[in-house]
Design a protein around this ligand. Structure first.
Ligand code: FMN
Length: 336
């Protein structure tokens, strides 16, 4: 009810300033107990997936809480899981600002952030300190300055450091804003990298004393051939799940003048692409392979469509900016 007013105020600010202000306000509200009161009526509808127990089917997509400062607040707002990151081994600034743009008519964003984050060592204690019950995944990537040939080392470092405090790990090879990152989706690159990560996980498991699901996050811009090659690789290597999709480099019509900004497009215009990707993945991967559907979910109907396309869980990001935090409850209830 309040959100239209807050949104009017936030949308007068630069998108990144508005985002930072939202996160600090959420932190404060969570500490004061207000958020938990708002969501006291939210009924759990537990789902078991990848050996983890999610309290509902809706999560927060990576990029919203890059540095893991708001896990408890997002959990208090009803999220069944929060995917923090993308986290890289070393802290980095990301691309030059401005780098996030609101496409109001289209209810979309274009961003070319390039993984600004405080680095894995700063994030680790925050994961350890979380109190709420949401499952927490760590989305990991490579530093911009790391050559593509050494990317595997960056992913290995992040996995090693964050594994003790993360419920699952998502390997992000699909952000369009780190030069060359999407090349890692080619199976020639991806196979040795995933094999190395899976071997490292075998070494980590005895110390962890529990499972550590490994997921891969993919783009909505893959050709069918590339998508199916990746799906076949996931089955062959027994990857635990796939997150589909990241933002798109495509520009559907009707986006307005900001459409020419470089970066990844998210929000309503990406929904059809993400849906089609999830549907093709489900066909290829068969029943029972965990899929997290993300892209343009901004209503209960979008979330139901994503479920029908084959997603076990869904994640939201851009829809939250346009619809407000009540979207979490709305989607959780729709998928109960
Ligand atoms: C500003 C912004 C930053 C993002 N940063 C990341 C990121 O760091 N890592 C990642 O895997 N996805 C990132 N994403 C992509 C989202 O996680 C999601 O896959 C995509 O936005 C589609 O979902 P949506 O339409 O609900 O936003 C980002 C998206 C936005 C809008």
């Amino acid at each position: 009810m309040l959100y239209p007013l807050i949104k009017n105020m936030l949308f007068t600010l630069d998108p990144e300033r508005a985002h930072a202000l939202t996160l600090t306000s959420l932190q404060r509200l969570e500490k004061s107990g207000v958020l938990s009161m708002m969501c006291a009526d939210l009924q759990d509808a537990p789902v078991e997936l990848m050996g983890l127990k999610f309290r509902n089917r809706v999560g927060i997509a990576a990029g919203l809480d890059k540095n893991a400062i708001c896990i408890d607040a997002l959990s208090a707002l009803g999220a069944g899981h929060v995917e923090i990151g993308t986290v890289t081994p070393r802290p980095q600034e990301g691309n030059a600002k401005p780098r996030v743009f609101r496409l109001l008519e289209a209810q979309a964003l274009i961003n070319r952030m390039g993984f600004p984050n405080e680095g894995m060592d700063a994030v680790l204690p925050r994961l350890a300190a979380r109190k709420h019950q949401a499952i927490c995944g760590a989305n990991i990537g490579k530093n911009a300055s790391t050559p593509l040939e050494q990317a595997t080392d960056d992913y290995l470092k992040c996995m090693r450091v964050l594994a003790p405090q993360a419920d699952y790990i998502t390997i992000n090879v699909s952000s369009p804003n780190t030069l060359g990152l999407r090349n890692l989706q080619a199976t020639d690159y991806l196979r040795p990298m995933l094999v190395a990560l899976l071997e490292e996980r075998v070494r980590l498991l005895p110390t962890l004393g529990r499972g550590l699901p490994l997921l891969v996050k993919i783009a909505p811009d893959l050709s069918d051939d590339d998508l199916y090659s990746m799906a076949d690789l996931f089955l062959e290597l027994r990857i635990d799940g796939v997150v589909a999709t990241n933002t798109t480099l495509s520009r559907p019509s009707g986006l307005g003048s900001l459409a020419e900004q470089a970066g990844g497009l998210s929000g309503r215009p990406v929904h059809a692409l993400s849906l089609a990707t999830v549907s093709k993945l489900r066909q290829r991967l068969g029943a029972g392979f965990p899929i997290i559907g993300v892209g343009g979910i901004s209503s209960a109907e979008h979330a139901r469509a994503m479920r029908q396309a084959g997603a076990d869980l869904v994640q939201i990001y851009t829809g939250l900016l346009y619809r407000g935090p009540s979207l979490i409850k709305e989607v959780a209830a729709a998928l109960r």
